[in-house]
Design a protein around this ligand. Structure first.
Ligand code: PHE
Length: 457
């Protein structure tokens, strides 16, 4: 490293320790995706078989993409745009910009859902859950998220929490809060899983979750499992590139990556063991889709002894998971603005907070005022979700795998082995996965997401 480069890196933020990096990255990975989305996808896609396919794809293809992001970030020690430029040359920064834009858009609707979570937490603490009829809870839910103002208020509170943490800096904000909140999250999910697993009648839910029935598996099941695995590891928008860029050279990346992916999978499995046994124990429908958390679970809490307490713990769990992920949607933009534009962290963070809040307003209204305003059958919220999770994230993941697998192969190999100092027996396999397997799988997701493949909705 040249002296100028050394000074540049020293002036950037950096993690205080390997553990801090792992917890911050796990904080990014573990989010609404694990606790809200994964259990309902499992419920909709037949249970155990979906779980197995999900885990298989997570620990082969998706983990390779995650390692690629960390490697690119740390090799360049720059924000995502700068990192792509340093490793790939002129064309690649486009994907850095795409990722930063995706971060804005994802955060704008992620924060709306994060806001609902705050509202439910408040309800559990103040009034408890009274109705055990999902239809009635569903009607209340729709009235509440359809209100023109209150969801905006909660969306604003969620954004303020997120930006507040991000403004503390890499070490003093993101790392400090991850170190505090991730153990709390882990404790909460364990307490809730024990409660759920000891409910009379829980065994039907356990069987549904763990006993695979491959008769039900279709191309669409595999597709859903794969895109969930990518989304859950936070790859495709430069968040993990940025987090990797703050890591010191001493830490060996393959081991740290395995930790992050394992924690992510573990929390998803535990969330499944919280939600599905409880849903079965009280005879509700596990395949009710996105409403499972916000409609079915409150009905479950109304039936359960001390349900308000467990409800409060559950929504606190969901909120912690969402905030630590949201912070990682902010950081790529802050890093970019600070390093490439030269503004202060404070200015970048406040500007992003205000812009994302504004962009979230039509998403929040997509469940009320603007529910009937659709384009090609999608609401504003639907479009934001589609453009990012179905397009920008797979494109970003494709770009990073091609960069590592083809363009910067030698550089990546040197980075992942510490210039040959550490053995990484899977290095060749990883490079081939990045060069060939992952890109093909991702192109499949992209085509299917655009509706270009018949039969794989
Ligand atoms: N991984 C997060 C989740 O599971 C979502 C996320 C995606 C966060 C991309 C950051 C970047 O909810």
């Amino acid at each position: 490293m040249s002296a100028a480069d050394g000074a540049r890196v020293a002036a950037r933020g950096h993690w205080g320790s390997r553990l801090g990096f792992i917890l911050a990255s796990a904080g990014s990975a573990v989010g609404l995706g694990n606790i809200w989305r994964f259990p309902y996808l499992t419920g909709e896609n037949g249970g155990g078989a979906f779980l197995l396919i999900y885990l298989a794809l997570l620990f082969t293809v998706a983990i390779s993409v995650l390692l690629a992001e960390f490697v690119v970030g740390r090799a360049a020690r720059r924000n995502a745009v700068g990192a792509y430029r340093a490793l790939g040359g002129r064309l690649w920064p486009v994907f850095g910009f795409l990722g930063i834009a995706a971060g804005f858009v994802i955060l704008s609707f992620y924060s709306v859902i994060g806001g609902w979570t705050i509202a439910y937490l408040q309800q559990a603490l103040v009034a408890g859950f009274l109705s055990s009829d999902p239809a009635a809870v569903g009607a209340t839910f729709e009235t509440r998220i359809g209100h023109p103002l209150t969801p905006l208020l909660y969306h604003g509170v969620f954004m303020a929490l997120t930006i507040g943490i991000a403004l503390g800096g890499v070490r003093g904000g993101i790392e400090r809060w991850s170190r505090l909140l991730m153990p709390v999250l882990f404790g909460l999910v364990i307490v809730l899983a024990v409660r759920s697993l000891t409910l009379p009648g829980a065994s039907a839910g356990i069987a549904f979750f763990l006993a695979p029935d491959f008769g039900e598996v279709t191309g669409a099941t595999v597709l859903a499992a794969f895109s969930q695995a990518l989304f859950s590891l936070s790859v495709g928008m430069g968040a993990m590139v940025t987090y990797g860029s703050y890591l010191s050279r001493e830490v060996q990346l393959p081991g740290a990556t395995a930790w992050v992916a394992s924690l992510d999978a573990l929390i998803a499995c535990l969330a499944g063991l919280v939600i599905l046994p409880a849903v079965f124990a009280f005879g509700f429908d596990p395949s009710s889709g996105p409403g499972l958390t916000y409609i079915t679970l409150p009905a479950v809490f109304a039936e359960m002894p001390a349900g308000a307490l467990f409800g409060a713990l559950f929504f606190l769990l969901l909120l912690i998971a969402a905030v630590t992920s949201a912070v990682s949607l902010v950081e790529p933009f802050i890093a970019f603005v600070v390093e490439e534009v030269g503004l202060r962290r404070l200015t970048a963070g406040l500007a992003m907070g205000a812009l994302v809040f504004a962009l979230g307003i039509p998403s929040a209204w997509s469940f009320g005022l603007l529910a009937d305003v659709t384009l090609a059958g999608r609401t504003f919220f639907g479009w934001m979700d589609f453009l990012t999770t179905k397009l920008a994230l797979p494109l970003g993941a494709l770009a990073i795998t091609l960069l590592v697998g083809w363009i910067a192969r030698g550089h990546a190999l040197a980075e992942v082995t510490g210039d040959g100092a550490h053995r990484f027996p899977l290095a060749r396999l990883w490079l081939w996965t990045c060069g060939l397997v992952a890109p093909l799988a991702i192109v499949w997701i992209l085509l299917a997401g655009l509706g270009l493949l018949p039969g794989a909705g």
